[in-house]
Design a protein around this ligand. Sequence first.
Ligand SMILES: NC(=O)c1ccc[n+]([C@@H]2O[C@H](COP(=O)([O-])OP(=O)(O)OC[C@H]3O[C@@H](n4cnc5c(N)ncnc54)[C@H](O)[C@@H]3O)[C@@H](O)[C@H]2O)c1
Length: 412
Amino acid sequence: MNIGVIGLGKLGCSMFAAFAAAGNKVFGFDIDKNVRNYLRKKIAPVSETGLQDEINLGFENFKILDNTSRVIEESDVIYVIVPTPSLKDGTFDTKYLENVILNIRDVNSCCENKLIVITSTVLPGDTRLKLISKIRIKNEKISKIKFCYSPEFIALGSVLNDLKNPDFLLVGEDIPHSADIHIEAMMTLINNKNIPIRRMSIESAEMAKISINSYITSKISFANAIGIASENIDNCSAKDVLSAIGSDSRIGKKYLNKGLGFGGPCFPRDNRAIQQVINRAEGLEYYLPIQNEIFNSKLPDYYVKKIIQFCNNKNLDNVLVVGLTYKDGSYLLEESQSYSISLKLSKNYKVFYFDPDVSNKKDLGLEEFNLNSKVIGDIFLLNFSRDQIKLKIVKKIIKEKNLNYFYLDIWE
Ligand SMILES: NC(=O)c1ccc[n+]([C@@H]2O[C@H](COP(=O)([O-])OP(=O)(O)OC[C@H]3O[C@@H](n4cnc5c(N)ncnc54)[C@H](O)[C@@H]3O)[C@@H](O)[C@H]2O)c1
């Protein structure tokens, strides 16, 4: 099967490489020339766990082409994974997707058996109203191309692993069974071939994607609220309470910890988007997503207050933060609560950070911690990371520098 991937960014490049490494013939295009050049030279254009190895493995099977229409001409199933940035009102901008779709008009081959898979996140209705409608025109050659909407539930830093081990496949189809070829393509990646496949209308799948992410953000906020409230009660342990709640199979343990709030490029914006969709339902008054966002955005201030109290009690001038990106394994600082807390603390203290995941260390407003760091006095060591290796390295440096420290793990 020939597979096309249009948009070779943080998600698209991993899908592209994984399809090739799995033995498929894969054709890719990204509008960014640097991305195309990197991949032609066998170099990962974005940082992602295992991506370079996957590219090395699949190199013989992939080809980078110079435009969208060439990819469509060469492929049976074409994944479109271009940005859909959030607009001020919380909805998504589909202009990049629309540009890709307009290019389909230049395709010079029969499209009847081809399938376009929209993987980018969109609002319910967007695929049909803004994309398919542009194609179902009189031009015979392209008007019969099929569409499906099928998002991936991945987290940056574990994209390849998540692609290969999903809980289920969410598939929104234009016409029943039109997405068979997409499922066949995905099965070349997926380890458990018996995973559930949820087939439905395109609109249902669009709605399900952002609803799932919003539900998870609510769970994170609930866990933080219950955890903090528990700690406020004598003899009450947040860990024990949340562990008990998570043991109920109706709830489950995942994302049920007290610690940092949600961040990064997906959860906050999907949560904002679902509030917009809910608001459109006449007579329905449900404001949990927005309330959840407000609570989440205030969480860094809550922790900053506690940390300042502690530092003042112990006369500490130095704070050392382990884990700055929004999540271990990702280089992104976008909506990172640990970065937000660190910046707020830097107004009162000398704040150092340790995080090998940070790719651009310039203009962070914080100093990187290493053996050469000049530290005068004791340190408040704040662990925001779940990566034990990061903490181990930091503790080793602290020991070598003969520094005293007080310790707080945000997840404990
Ligand atoms: N990154 C994630 O964790 C994640 C998870 C789930 C869903 N998504 C969704 O996937 C989509 C892409 O996200 P991303 O993080 O990979 O974005 P990204 O910005 O990292 O990558 C998008 C790529 O598309 C390219 N592009 C833009 N216009 C193009 C065009 N007309 N033709 C070809 N290439 C074009 C860009 O140059 C870029 O390399 C978004 O809708 C996002 O919401 C992302």
